[in-house]
Design a protein around this ligand. Structure first.
Ligand SMILES: Cc1cc2nc3c(=O)[nH]c(=O)nc-3n(C[C@H](O)[C@H](O)[C@H](O)COP(=O)(O)OP(=O)(O)OC[C@H]3O[C@@H](n4cnc5c(N)ncnc54)[C@H](O)[C@@H]3O)c2cc1C
Length: 607
């Protein structure tokens, strides 16, 4: 079973990706160039990533007192990725990039997630460098971003602290001006940082010459106190090793020290670190304090950081999808080969007959089709969102603005829906394997462990749900929600005329109306505590409605294709979603609409 036919179908038969080459920015591209990128990534993932997925799980990163040691395969995979040019694929030709549409980049990166999600951490490096391209000075771009895109340096995102995860307003890392001439440093206004950053992925390793940390910290007010809330937060580049204006290492180590490695449930190929900034372990010019260069204006750090969030969240969602698909493919293969049990005939089971393969049992087919419908549907959603990112960057002013608003509403779903449901797919993949799925002799338990992260990082499930119901569906007078409803209604209008899809089109119309009514009912008292008490059931119902829409739209494209097993499978996955999944939204929306306080009102002592 291969991912490629599904990717090709979604990109070419559904999203019409080659039409992107009508845009000036992508004029040199065509289906041929897109295929060449997909071929290369598929090959590197097959050769340098997939064979080592278990190695990086069992040979966890360790610290020898001086350096963090990673298996050789991790070095090889990272080098192969950098040499492929994928780090800068979306960048301008002038920057050494290929001006590749993000839609193709996102699809191509999928192959790496499928093969070994944790062996590489290129998404962080790209996100870091992209942020600098938007908010950095020319010098910061040349010294830091360019060396990240060419693979010399890697990047991190340092937001979380031990006491501040979901609530970044509570960070306490301090940044104070570094001496009298601090503003004149060619690399940017120079500060000294002190504080601890927790959970920093790829925070310490020897994979690259240098590590560029992007760090959120607070510049104290005139009274020396930290400004409460997110207003006081600024953003800094803190290189692990000091560099000159040519991007060369000066030989001086910056005051950033590894305090410890976190030992994780999964995703073990990537180091995860507690970093101490400015504790004096590596004094610079004889002084404690990590040297950091301000990015953008003071106190606008969170705004700069969140600039890249849509793409980061599409990246997390895609990773969840790929882990889900990896489990689906493994369990499909297992189900085709495992003999067990006999079919129940009118006279019971005929024990004289040989056992059948488990794929012949209806319940196993249910578990396989559930995985297919969750994961292929979610892949379609991620690629749809990636296409909106391209629209936002290259469409007309009106189209770009529409894409921006749609992304605002869809991004929490793109991040969270696969995190929950492709994880459920991984659980079903274990179930299909029976007892063997629970052992380390088969890969499915690792996929589940790796995927369990995705509901936690990049904004937890609960935080994404509150973002959706508390902010995104309300913003700009509910315009994003109206636009999304318009797109869903467009699909309904096309599907209603296809007899095979008319009932599904009606069901989707009802689901959309239910979500709209629940949104209003949740906010009918105007009290955030009433509305948001059931934000997660709202996210689940909203997400299921979006997925049903995506599946119906994909089914319209499948319907137009010639008969094939793949077409039959896609139409069945759509039907599964409508028959087994969409009806669940009634229960979720019931508690939302009634502003049910069963959980919120329960006193602590009653637990
Ligand atoms: C493997 C891994 C890699 C990571 N990589 C990075 C990284 O590279 N850079 C980085 O900066 N961070 C990183 N993180 C941190 C991650 O973003 C945080 O773990 C996450 O934001 C949650 O913060 P927390 O762990 O402090 O949990 P908390 O914020 O304490 O949350 C605990 C629980 O309480 C809930 N909760 C919290 N506040 C509310 C609220 N107001 N209303 C309702 N429920 C709430 C949450 O949803 C969650 O279920 C990583 C984490 C992990 C595990």
């Amino acid at each position: 079973m291969s991912l490629r036919p599904t990717v090709d179908f979604l990109l070419y038969d559904w999203l019409d990706a080659p039409s992107l080459s009508e845009r000036e920015r992508f004029a040199d591209h065509s289906r041929e160039t897109f295929d060449a990128v997909l071929d290369t990534c598929e090959r590197i993932a097959r050769e340098k990533y997939a064979p080592f997925n278990r190695v990086v799980d069992t040979q966890e990163p360790h610290f020898d007192g001086e350096k963090v040691i990673l298996p050789q395969c991790t070095h090889d995979a990272n080098r192969a990725y950098a040499e492929s040019g994928m780090l800068s694929a979306a960048q301008d030709y002038d920057e050494g990039g290929m001006q590749l549409p993000y839609t193709i980049e996102a699809a191509a990166n999928g192959f790496f997630g499928l093969a070994s999600v944790s062996i590489g951490s290129s998404l962080l490096t790209k996100g870091n460098a992209n942020l600098l391209l938007v908010h950095g000075t020319e010098m910061q771009k040349a010294v830091f971003a360019r060396n990240e895109f060419n693979g010399r340096f890697s990047g991190t995102m340092c937001l979380s602290e031990p006491q501040a995860g979901s609530s970044l307003s509570d960070i306490t890392t301090r940044a104070v001006p570094d001496g009298a001439g601090f503003e004149a440093d060619p690399l940017g206004p120079r500060y000294r940082l002190k504080g601890n950053k927790m959970w920093i992925s790829a925070g310490e390793h020897e994979l690259t010459e240098n590590i560029v940390h992007l760090v959120l910290a607070k510049i104290p007010g005139p009274d020396g106190k930290l400004i409460p809330g997110t207003r006081g937060i600024s953003l800094f580049i803190v290189p692990k090793k000091m560099v000159d204006t040519q991007g060369q290492l000066t030989g001086v180590r910056n005051d950033v020290a590894l305090a410890g490695l976190n030992h994780k449930l999964g995703w073990r190929g990537t180091t995860n670190t507690l970093l101490n900034f400015g504790e004096g372990k590596f004094p610079v010019n004889g002084e404690a304090g990590a040297v950091g260069y301000l990015v953008g204006r003071p106190h606008e750090g969170l705004r700069c950081m969140f600039h890249m969030m849509n793409e980061a969240r599409i990246g997390v969602g895609t990773a969840a999808v790929m882990l889900g698909l990896a489990g689906y493919y493994a369990s499909l293969d297992y189900a085709k080969n495992r003999p067990q049990g006999r079919p129940m005939g009118p006279a019971g089971k005929d024990v004289a007959q040989p056992p059948v393969r488990i794929i012949e049992h209806a319940d196993v087919k249910r578990m396989l089709l559930a995985q297919k419908s969750y994961c292929e549907g979610a892949l379609a959603l991620e690629l749809y969102c990636a296409r909106l990112v391209d629209e936002q960057h290259t469409g007309s002013e009106a189209d770009a603005d529409e894409a921006r608003l749609l992304l605002e509403v869809l991004t929490p779903i793109a991040k969270s829906w696969p995190s929950e449901w492709c994880l459920e797919a991984n659980s079903l993949a274990i179930q299909v394997h029976g007892g063997y799925g629970y052992t380390r002799d088969f890969p499915v338990e690792q996929y589940w462990r790796d995927n369990r992260l995705n509901m936690i990082h990049e904004g937890t499930h609960g935080i994404q749900a509150m973002d959706l119901l508390g902010r995104k569906v309300l913003m700009e007078g509910g315009k994003g929600l109206t636009l999304l409803a318009g797109r869903i209604n467009g699909t309904i209008q096309r599907a209603i005329h296809v007899p095979e899809f008319a009932a599904h089109a009606n069901a989707l119309g009802q689901a959309l109306a239910q979500v709209g009514a629940a949104t209003k009912a949740a906010w009918s008292t105007g009290e955030p505590t009433d509305a948001l008490a059931n934000a997660v059931p709202y996210l689940q119902a909203f997400g299921h409605t979006v997925l049903a829409w995506v599946w119906l739209d994909v089914a319209l494209a499948a319907h137009a294709a010639p008969a094939s097993s793949a077409r039959t499978g896609r139409l069945a996955a759509m039907r599964f979603f409508f028959h087994y999944e969409l009806p669940k939204i009634g229960a979720w929306l019931q508690v939302v609409s009634s502003r049910d306080q069963t959980c919120a009102a329960l006193p602590e002592e009653a637990f």
